[in-house]
Design a protein around this ligand. Sequence first.
Ligand SMILES: *Cc1c(COP(=O)(O)O)cnc(C)c1O
Length: 413
Amino acid sequence: MAGHSRGKHSPAPRTETHLHLADRFVAHNYYPLPVVIAEAEGAWVTDVDGNRYLDCLAGYSALNFGHRHPDLLRAAGDQLERVTLTSRAFHNDQLGPFCRDLAQLCGMDRVLPMNTGAEAVESAIKVARKWGYDLKGLPTNEANLVVAAGNFHGRTTSIVSFSTDPLAREGFGPFTPGFRIVAYGDVDAIRGAIDANTVGVLLEPIQGEAGVIIPPPGYLRAVRELCTASDVLLIADEIQSGLGRTGTTFACELEGVVPDVYVLGKALGGGIVPVSAVVSSDAVLGVLHPGNHGSTFGGNPLAAAVGRAVVALLSTGEFQKRARELAGVLESGLRQYLGAGLVDVRVQGLWAGVDIDPTLMSGREMSERMLAKGVLIKDTHGSTIRLAPPLVIEEADLAWLIERLGTVLAEAR
Ligand SMILES: *Cc1c(COP(=O)(O)O)cnc(C)c1O
């Protein structure tokens, strides 16, 4: 089961070659851990030198169903044999069934297919603004959206315009106006920011990149009620929190909340192709008419076939149940280290934000030490790490992850 241990300063020859190429030819917009993955299956990956690692990042939750899930590989493989791209200039025989199944999973009417998460967020912003102008009769170019501090919604210029992370923002202006940033978890702050020109409140039901920040109980429900009373759209960015991760299909369900708009991505592509979507009612998505919006690759038959297979996996409820059942193992396992190297632990489903005692080590150092022990994790910032193993992870492997974490903490104390 276990990986291996090797001094982090002496990578094996093949790894070394790839690290060198990356350093020389890849833009340095990431700071990857020094592991070069060549193969993967389920919750495990193998590097170019044959070492195995337990993947506890799972592509930032794009790999909820594990690497190369057989049903998803079959859907992709079958579709590769038929047709992969048509453009939306024509219909294809995968898009309608995919959108029907996804709309049903969401309890919504209609789907706007896109590719990446940021594109889906951008699309939701455009739709909300047009909804405000077309249906609420707002004055031209006056629409605003309320968003939360600490958010992560992607990397486009408009999205970084309302980021509160200086690294994501600085140097990329001028910024897009029309966003009001309020504290996360504070419904009164949202109430204070909404005015006659507000079209929507855009939130992550649990903030992922911020470090798995779970809002106070009742928050989402109160925001839902406020949005309804104010006639503004509640737009839930479930790109990372959705599709089984939290033990429910959507994190909004944890409070019995149904948003007006779901924004989905990451796991929707099954870890095979980028697939994202805006899912909403006829009234909201009905504001889009031919020519208003589009995407060359959005809704392509390969993406639709894979996305439909993802929806089929979620429809059984099996993955959500697994995440719920294993959540206890993850939470109790992590909590035993509170006061013994960890200062805070936040768990929902198979998703954990873990704050390490900053005097002990940074999140980066933890990630490097875990790598040397055969576990892939990633810091979100500072001394915070996120654990998001594939939902297919074996219970014994989850226990092993927790034991490895304990060893790293013990060695550092
Ligand atoms: C990852 C993420 C995005 C952006 O998705 P990309 O596919 O990287 O563009 C947006 N919102 C949330 C909540 C995310 O986690």
